[in-house]
Design a protein around this ligand. Structure first.
Ligand SMILES: [Zn+2]
Length: 167
């Protein structure tokens, strides 16, 4: 769709180099909205995808919660997960609407709801960067968009399509 700005400098060398993409604005509040979700955002700052994992019963928990919904243990700890998953469902937005004026001139864009196998298929939402041709089951990998004025000063979780890789 012409939104990828693959950076040759970052992809030369070994094949594991993380490509860069055109920065995408945010249309919703970003950064921790309360204390309970702060570790997730701090994880993104460190290049990690953190999800809560109950130390008592082993349940993976998303969205962030003070209490395990299964065993009611307080303050479930956070754990870094392999930031790969597959598309559970997705939608493409073709028209800017009042809550997304930041996207004026940037439509269409695709938002994916992604299952994370290493976190018992908890599902996280994010805009797809790069190749937008996805379908249910498409393997994707996190791309943490660096903090900038476009993102309210916080890094933001995005998804990029992965070719030839299964989660
Ligand atoms: Zn629990």
């Amino acid at each position: 769709m012409g939104v990828s700005t693959h950076n040759p400098a970052s992809s030369s060398g070994n094949g594991d180099a993380v490509p860069t993409f055109e920065p995408v604005p945010v249309a919703l509040p970003v950064g921790p909205q309360d204390e309970v979700e702060a570790p997730h955002w701090e994880g993104l700052k460190n290049g990690e995808l953190l999800i809560q994992h109950c130390a008592n019963c082993g349940r993976w928990i998303w969205s962030p919660s003070w209490i395990c919904p299964q065993c009611h243990e307080f303050d479930p700890p956070w754990q870094a997960v392999d930031p790969v998953g597959e598309v559970y469902t997705w939608t493409t937005t073709h028209h800017v609407f009042p809550a997304s004026v930041e996207f004026t001139g940037r439509v269409p864009y695709t938002t994916a709801f992604v299952s994370i196998p290493s976190a018992d298929n908890r599902r996280l939402m994010g805009i797809v960067v790069g190749d937008q041709e996805i379908e249910i089951g498409t393997p994707v990998r996190a791309w943490i968009q660096p903090a900038s004025d476009l993102t309210g000063g916080w890094p933001v979780l995005r998804w990029r399509k992965v070719e030839g890789e299964r989660p």
